[in-house]
Ligand binder design. Structure first.
Ligand code: ZN
Length: 246
């Protein structure tokens, strides 16, 4: 999905479209080009993947994220709905190289940290804050198997339904109930550790199964497994709360 996935052919620019793309308005009564004439370089329809020009000097800025103007070096605003995999330089896949992800996260954080923009205009400081928040979100989303899987489904237009009992089979729900009951018992270190080991093992197993499902391109199976993972993530949260001494 490109940045300009919304349809529209190059050359057919309404003023609103051009304004949305940050392009200069064309004063010609017939629009940006005469019928039959080739599109002018700065007239870009929504179907094009060309990036908006620099907010500061108006010069062209190549695509990609994050973008810096090659002429005036100003940081450009983040894309409205960036592909988090592309932002983090990862393939769009459930398998991610965690080390590579971490390296990319650190280098982006360094390049975009608001402290680096302390002497820049307010617009750019704002953009650096927006980029930093986005990079954090992208890193967290892609690092954890559950959120990574859900994001991959979302990119394919699949949403996980609200947690309902019909999502999972009754045997699975019994298993969850049993762990819940164990968690409700008065806790001692021994039984909490036992539950923790169990939850971890289940999560690892599910992660393997989700990997296989995505590799087979079986998105419905991946969805079912991710719904199960969500139950275990909830149990993990409960366990963590229990471990905090009250
Ligand atoms: Zn510039």
């Amino acid at each position: 999905m490109g940045a300009g996935a919304a349809a529209g052919s190059a050359g057919s620019c309404s003023p609103a479209m051009r304004a949305a793309l940050g392009l200069r308005l064309c004063r010609r009564p017939w629009g940006c080009r005469a019928p039959g004439a080739p599109p002018r370089p700065r007239c870009v329809g929504l179907g094009s993947s060309a990036a908006p020009p620099c907010w500061s000097c108006g010069g062209p800025v190549p695509g990609g994220q994050p973008r810096f103007c090659p002429a005036c070096r100003s940081l450009q605003p983040p894309a409205p709905r960036p592909d988090l995999f592309r932002l983090m330089a990862c393939d769009r896949s459930f398998r991610v190289d965690e080390q590579q992800l971490r390296r990319r996260f650190r280098s982006l954080q360094r390049a975009l940290h608001p402290d680096r923009f302390g002497r820049r205009p307010p617009t750019e400081r704002l953009y650096s804050e927006q980029h930093s928040a986005l990079v954090n979100k992208a890193y967290q989303t892609l690092l954890h198997p559950l959120s990574r899987g859900l994001y991959l489904l979302e990119l394919s237009g699949i949403q996980l339904a609200q947690e309902t009992d019909s999502d999972a089979d009754s045997q699975f729900l019994m298993e969850i109930m049993e762990i819940n009951e164990k968690l409700a018992e008065p806790s001692n270190e021994g039984n909490l550790e036992e539950i923790e080991t169990l939850i971890k093992a289940k999560q690892e197993q599910l992660t393997k199964e989700v990997t296989t499902a995505f590799e087979r391109d079986d998105l419905q199976e991946a969805k079912k497994l991710l719904a199960k993972m969500k139950y275990f993530a909830n149990l993990e949260d409960k366990l963590k709360n229990k471990k905090i001494p009250s």
